[in-house]
Design a binder for this molecule. Structure first.
Ligand code: DQA
Length: 148
């Protein structure tokens, strides 16, 4: 059974209340329940962690190396700024799928660059909470293929 770490970055704890026109009305708790349900259907298990702090996200990625087989990450605004999170993902060498609720390429110019994309196996952006589900599916499919 694959164990997947799901990381949510800054301000994602406010989902449901935060700019609902952009991020929708679904809470983070509801997204987490959907992820747990989908993981069960895929024969995987998810550990989920949210932090507003860059270093805590780096710590979680480092700790994942021995405990999980893959990573789904929505690094929020750190996507566009954090060399440290990018370097942590490169260091642990875990297959990583980057996800975003909104389509970052349809928004402000400063959201168009992702430090994470070059070290991820792929990116899913713009499908609201489904981005997480699609990201988890893509990661588990990737893991099944690479271990078969
Ligand atoms: C986000 C997009 C980022 O640009 C933004 O800073 C977020 C959320 C998304 O899920 O659409 O916090 O990662």
């Amino acid at each position: 059974m694959f164990s997947i770490l799901v990381l949510h970055g800054p301000n994602l704890n406010l989902l449901g209340k935060r700019e609902p026109g952009i991020y929708g009305s679904v809470s983070l708790e509801a997204i987490n329940s959907l992820l747990e349900e989908e993981a069960g259907a895929l024969g995987a298990v998810v550990s989920i962690f949210q932090s507003n702090h860059e270093g805590s996200l780096v710590d979680a990625i480092q700790a994942a190396a021995d405990q999980h087989q893959g990573l789904v990450i929505n690094a929020g605004a750190y996507t566009h700024t954090s060399v440290a999170i990018r370097d942590a993902i490169a260091a642990v060498n875990l297959p990583t799928v980057e996800v975003h609720l909104s389509n970052i390429y349809g928004r402000e110019e400063y959201r168009h660059y992702s430090y994470i994309a070059p070290v991820a196996i792929g990116q899913i952006s713009g499908f609201g909470p489904d981005s997480y589900i699609l990201g988890l599916q893509a990661l588990v499919r990737h893991l099944k293929k690479s271990t078969s």
